[in-house]
Design a binder for this molecule. Structure first.
Ligand code: PA5
Length: 420
């Protein structure tokens, strides 16, 4: 369950909002409709969770993950953008998981970054998964080559047992897997990278790390059922999508997703990619940015409170941090912090959140999305909630949320420079 609330003190804007809720209902009604499947069918494979996270898929993922977990000290996730961000956001949120160390490669072209990867894996039992939908992307393709070489040097002919590739059916990557005896995992053709959190693309690395992927899938499925079961102006994802577009129309061109939980550090990257790549087209779109509080209240907080009024803020508020830390009285040192005596950081963090929301909402439109606590189940809910919202929001904006032709511009020039 994700609760949505708006904190907007301008009565005229609130009136516009209610009008927009009514005016855009046809967009909500069209979500996942037959007409949409005709238009976007090649990209809506994520819409029904059961299509790519059914029992057969989950069992196969768990079996492969168990084999890796038995033998690996390190698992290298090779992938960029949508092929990496969802898994990383969950894996890094639960560092207490008992799996092999997860190392990320194929998301950079920096030789320095590659050296760091090699330093982490040398002398350890290594498995790799190259995740690449079309297997033409430079970062994962080049990293796969270097890491394959390392594995063959280290393990000889048995290296192939340590190599997994996640790619499209009938792709070059599948052919390579067949020829070389690598394990092949299907990257759903009908799901774009940034929508793959609840498919083998995201779930296999999570399962290797020891995340309860069945709980995550259940969270996503429950959220899907909740949103699909409520197709009116009370639906939280719809209300949030409409509000984003209202603020965009009012000149607020950036949305800051802010939270007081550092556990969401890598999640922001996933969220930013989802909205930037889905909505930033035809000279339109809200530019997504993140606010890691309370730390960044001491840096960008100044801009938010007093700078150009171009940002609206969405707080992703976690009610129960599932942790506790008491500040005890210090009988020896007089440090002027006695007002904290006996207080729990739960209460202190919550006070900072409440104060920030009150202060910022006096300056800019603020919204709150509230989740009870961060668990694999709630990550499933959150992933689905935002993917659905993005689909609706792009519908209101009038752009296709599933393509990304803009990224070709630099790629063509880069490939030319590299002699491809
Ligand atoms: O969301 C998307 O489609 C992209 O961000 C891709 O995930 C990213 O470009 C990586 O693509 P590929 O898996 O084909 O290497």
């Amino acid at each position: 369950m994700i609760q949505f609330q708006m904190f907007d003190h301008q009565p005229e804007r609130c009136e516009k909002y209610h009008q927009m809720l009514t005016d855009n209902l046809p967009v909500l009604e069209g979500i996942g409709s037959e007409a949409d499947f005709e238009k976007y069918g090649d990209s809506l494979g994520w819409f029904d969770i059961d299509t790519w996270a059914n029992e057969a898929e989950l069992s196969a993922i768990e079996e492969l993950a168990a084999r890796v977990r038995r033998d690996a000290d390190v698992f290298v996730l090779i992938g960029v953008g949508g092929s990496n961000n969802a898994a990383r956001s969950v894996i890094e949120a639960f560092p207490e998981c008992d799996g092999p160390e997860i190392v990320y490669a194929g998301n950079s072209l920096s030789p320095w970054a590659f050296e760091q990867v090699m330093n982490k894996i040398r002398g350890k039992s290594v498995y790799i998964d190259c995740i690449a939908k079309n297997f033409q992307t430079l970062e994962p393709g080049s990293a796969f080559r270097v890491l394959r070489e390392y594995l063959y040097e280290t393990y000889g002919e048995k290296a192939n047992e340590r190599i997994i590739a996640t790619g499209s059916r009938n792709s070059l990557l599948e052919t390579i897997c067949k020829e070389q005896g690598y394990s092949f995992v299907e990257f759903p053709q009908t799901v774009g990278g940034r929508y793959t959190a609840v498919t083998a693309v995201g779930l296999l690395p999570m399962a290797v790390a020891g995340i309860d992927i069945r709980a995550l899938v259940k969270g996503a499925a429950d959220m899907a059922a909740e949103l699909k079961g409520c197709r009116d102006i009370t639906q939280s994802a719809y209300r949030y999508a409409v509000a984003r577009n209202l603020y965009y129309n009012e000149g607020y061109r950036m949305e800051m997703l802010a939270s007081f939980e550092p556990q969401l550090h890598w999640f922001y990257k996933w969220w930013i990619q989802l909205f930037a790549e889905s909505e930033g087209k035809e000279d339109q779109g809200v530019y997504p940015i993140s606010g890691e509080y309370s730390e960044e209240l001491h840096s960008v907080g100044q801009f938010l409170q007093d700078g150009s009024p171009v940002i609206f803020e969405t707080f992703l508020h976690v009610k129960d941090p599932q942790a506790s830390m008491i500040v005890h009285p210090d009988g020896c040192v007089k440090d002027d912090f006695d007002y904290l005596n006996g207080k729990d950081f739960r209460e202190i963090n919550e006070a900072a959140y409440g104060a920030t929301l009150r202060a910022h909402s006096e300056k800019m439109p603020c919204m709150v999305l509230e989740v009870e606590k961060l668990t694999p189940y709630s990550f499933g809910e959150i992933f689905y909630f935002f993917m659905y919202t993005c689909y609706v929001s792009a519908g209101i904006l009038g752009v296709n949320p599933f393509d990304q032709e803009g990224v070709e511009a630099y790629k063509q020039r880069m490939f030319k420079a590299l002699g491809k």
